[in-house]
Design a protein around this ligand. Structure first.
Ligand code: IDC
Length: 505
């Protein structure tokens, strides 16, 4: 089932590797290797401008703008590279080492703009193939800049102001600074309002194969996963969280913080601050909150190890006094062995535990968090070589129209030996789109209920895909309660959480 995802992913891994090589070289420029001597004419790059000729939906403007700015950053980096490598390499050096990688980066960026617009409007064709290649201004001079303004959809006029994302890093300390010492970070946590999930259950722990509340009783948490925070910046806020808490009776929100695809790596400070702010918003409502380090492509979590350590150090320092934060260290590892995933978890968990010693940690499993099933493995490899820290659970993800009875049988079997948490599932195929399979979803959720396995549905967003729980345009407004703002999948999950019986009506 995951074949096509996987082949797509592997080609993107290669692209990211190219980007990484480029980035290393740019860093080297900073230490002055091969800087052009005075009087030498250094060429600059000459890139076509990307023209957005369609209206950009309000929800996606920040994302599109960030990517337009990225095109300028890429131009600047290429110019620096041209300067620092004068005289290096043979005839094809500039093409192979500078213009080629620049083209790859531009293709990804232009495609991301298309995808972003396509979330809430027809996906435009911005001619990435034609616009990506840049030529050389052999006589030097300034490179043409990429304009970053865009035609806005008319609905913007009434849209509520965007709370995020920040397009420029704020002046506060960058996320790369070392975390504060434990002693200075024990700010008292906000007290959860009476009767809320956190007030009732308090600090969670893992007891045997189950999730337990502060009294040691096994419980099941039901909640929602956000979509990528960078893709739908207006969908997770005090209003929508109040709706899932007080109108749906949900127990948690999962904050899906993508690392790639325009996520954390493009603005570590901005995304770290955004997550910290949303944890506070959820805390005030008495919700549990899962901080999801949403890796997907590349699928080896070790690729992002450094970013993960810095990110979790910061978030746990800010929320050391909280009893409601669950840390998910890697969304869906793919194309890697369990051994590699475990090695990553062994390095990240101590960073989390330094500030937040009692928190429950979720570890993604092999094959897109399929317990290895997608790769033809089974849960046995985890049972044979488990993560040895306390209060750890393993994630399992399903998409009801793709994953049926055989996977349910495997989960029932695995749950006898391993603490499982379904931090993400969908009512459709694993593409997150297409027809909803509510019969399959109900079979899954009934099984999870009987096993007391917690679950969160993908996703609290208002896009075109069938996974979006909100109708398009909802997140630009201020009404999130009731069924009027919900799609079929949204109505199904609200009803399931609220009444125990799922219904799309
Ligand atoms: C999908 C989104 C889609 C986005 C894609 C890549 O719905 O808009 O373009 O990711 O970023 C997962 C992943 C989750 C996927 C989801 C549906 O954790 O990121 O979201 N899915 O494909 N695993 C299985 C399915």
């Amino acid at each position: 089932m995951y074949r096509s995802r996987w082949s797509r992913a592997s080609s993107r891994v290669r692209r990211w590797q190219v980007v990484a090589v480029g980035a290393v070289a740019v860093v080297a420029a900073g230490v002055g290797i091969g800087v052009a001597s005075a009087g030498e004419t250094v060429p600059t790059v000459n890139c076509p401008q990307v023209k957005i000729n369609v209206a950009v939906p309000a929800q996606q403007q920040a994302d599109v703008q960030r990517n337009l700015q990225l095109l300028n950053t890429q131009i600047a980096e290429a110019n620096n590279r041209l300067k620092s490598t004068v005289g290096q390499g043979g005839q094809n050096f500039i093409q192979n080492a500078i213009l080629g990688p620049l083209k790859d980066k531009r293709i990804s960026t232009i495609e991301r703009i298309e995808i972003a617009i396509g979330r809430n409007a027809p996906r435009p064709n911005l001619n990435a193939a034609t616009l990506a290649p840049c030529t050389l201004n052999t006589g030097g001079g300034a490179s043409a800049q990429q304009p970053t303004s865009m035609p806005a959809a008319t609905r913007t006029a009434t849209a509520k102001p965007t709370t995020a994302p920040v397009t420029k890093a704020p002046a506060t300390a960058p996320a790369t600074t070392a975390p504060a010492a434990t002693a200075t970070v024990t700010a008292p946590a906000t007290k959860a309002p009476t009767g809320t999930p956190v007030a009732v259950n308090g600090q969670l722990s893992v007891c045997g194969t189950k999730l337990c509340n502060q009294s040691g009783t096994a419980i099941q948490l039901r909640g929602m996963s956000s979509h990528g925070l960078q893709f739908f910046p207006n969908c997770v806020n005090a209003g929508s969280l109040d709706a899932i808490r007080n109108d749906w009776n949900a127990d948690f929100i999962r904050l899906s913080m993508y690392v790639q695809e325009g996520g954390l790596e493009t603005d570590p400070t901005g995304f770290t601050n955004k997550v910290n702010g949303l944890v506070d918003t959820a805390t005030k409502l008495g919700l549990y909150v899962i901080v999801d380090f949403h890796i997907l492509t590349p699928g080896d979590p070790n690729f992002n190890l450094g970013l993960a350590k810095t990110f979790f150090a910061n978030v746990t320092a800010k929320h050391a006094g909280n009893n409601n934060v669950i840390y998910e260290v890697a969304n869906e590892p793919n194309g890697v062995s369990w051994t590699a995933i475990k090695s990553y978890a062994d390095q990240v968990i101590p960073v989390i535990r330094k500030n937040s010693p009692n928190s429950v940690v979720l570890v993604g499993t092999r094959g897109f968090s399929s317990l290895g099933l997608t790769d033809g493995a089974t849960e046995q490899e985890i049972i044979d070589d488990p993560v040895t820290f306390k209060n750890v659970m393993y994630t399992f993800h399903f998409y009801a129209a793709s994953h049926g009875a055989d996977r349910r049988a495997a989960v029932a079997r695995a749950a006898k030996s391993l603490p499982l948490f379904v931090s993400e599932f969908g009512t459709q195929t694993f593409t997150g789109d297409g027809a909803n399979d509510f019969a399959g979803t109900t079979a899954w959720l009934d099984l999870l209920k009987s096993l007391k396995i917690s679950y969160g549905m993908w996703s609290l967003s208002d896009g075109r895909e069938s996974n979006s729980a909100f109708k398009q345009g909802t997140c630009s407004g201020t009404t999130f309660k009731g069924t009027g703002v919900l799609t079929e999948s949204g109505r199904y999950i609200r009803s399931r959480i609220l009444t125990g019986v799922g219904s799309p009506n």
